[in-house]
Design a protein around this ligand. Structure first.
Ligand SMILES: NC(=O)c1ccc[n+]([C@@H]2O[C@H](COP(=O)([O-])OP(=O)(O)OC[C@H]3O[C@@H](n4cnc5c(N)ncnc54)[C@H](OP(=O)(O)O)[C@@H]3O)[C@@H](O)[C@H]2O)c1
Length: 264
């Protein structure tokens, strides 16, 4: 996957990892479709992308609203834009115990992280197949690989993305559809500030995990290098990444460690 002269749709482009990836890709003179809800921030990102020599189209929409996702896809199709790649970074995290989280909070997380993401993918996929192929990337998390306290539905929504996108990949090998699953550890973004709590309100706190995490820019460098190689799984972050291997190879240790984790 070369970014130069390609049309790449990036969700979550208004902030954090998605924004950093958009800016990095824009150095390669591509056409970036930038999405998120915050139009003003998207316009700011678009301005820098243009200064870097890329073309941009800003398409704000709400991943948690099926109609909004559909309208966004139709808006892009109506402009006769062909999508070479769709990179999903849009998502929200969670900070609440299972025992105190009402179902509407679990549903909200799934609507944004899972249903919104697959809705846009389903809108784009048939066109990619028609054109002979394309590249899809979705952002999971290390907690998409194992459960983690205070993140029950967030972790579940990311696990669900693995199931969906691995199935999609298997079904579409002959259609030349490449799938990358990005698995960040702790990256210094606003993810914990924007995470929702048991009341469905924002957690509004920069947790130590994120505050001490890898910078979004550094993560974008690593992610972009691996997206170019169409890697199936892209692990990115600091030493916390080791938990993925502990879960796989030393499950007894994972059970012990995960039950001792402080909630935040
Ligand atoms: N940072 C980490 O440590 C970490 C670790 C593992 C996984 N991740 C994953 O990485 C991805 C990017 O997160 P980030 O760390 O960059 O956090 P972030 O700075 O909070 O960015 C989240 C992005 O998602 C968009 N978004 C949130 N809700 C949306 C909605 N309802 N509709 C449309 N867009 C929405 C936001 O845009 P608007 O506000 O403009 O809507 C924003 O651009 C997420 O999928 C997250 O789960 C992050």
């Amino acid at each position: 996957m070369q970014f130069n002269k390609k049309t790449i749709w990036i969700t979550g482009a208004s902030s954090g990892i998605g924004k950093a990836v958009a800016l990095k890709i824009s150095e390669e003179k591509s056409h970036l479709i930038l999405s998120g809800r915050n139009k003003e921030e998207l316009e700011n990102v678009a301005l820098v992308c243009k200064q870097n020599g890329s073309k941009t189209t800003v398409v704000p929409f709400d991943l948690g609203d099926e109609k909004s996702v559909e309208e966004a896809a139709n808006k892009v199709f109506s402009k006769d834009i062909n999508i070479d790649a769709l990179y999903h970074f849009g998502g929200i995290s969670q900070r609440s115990f299972v025992s105190e989280t009402p179902l509407f909070v679990d549903r909200r997380i799934f609507e944004i992280n899972y249903f919104g993401t697959i809705a846009l993918t389903k809108a784009i996929l048939p066109k990619m197949i028609q054109r002979g192929g394309g590249h899809l990337a979705v952002t999971s998390s290390i907690v998409g690989k194992f459960g983690f306290p205070y993140r029950s539905s967030y972790s579940a929504s990311k696990h669900a993305l693995h199931g969906f996108f691995e199935s999609l990949r298997a079904e579409n090998v002959q259609n030349n559809i490449k799938v990358s699953i990005i698995i960040p550890g702790r990256i210094k973004t606003n993810i914990s500030i924007n995470a929702i709590n048991k009341e469905g309100k924002t957690h509004a706190t920069m947790d130590d995990g994120q505050g001490n995490g890898m910078s979004a820019e550094k993560s974008a460098e690593i992610i972009c290098k691996k997206l170019k190689r169409e890697k199936k799984e892209i692990l990115v972050g600091g030493k916390e990444i080791i938990m993925v291997y502990i879960r796989r190879f030393l499950p007894f240790l994972y059970y012990r460690l995960s039950s001792r984790v402080k909630p935040l």
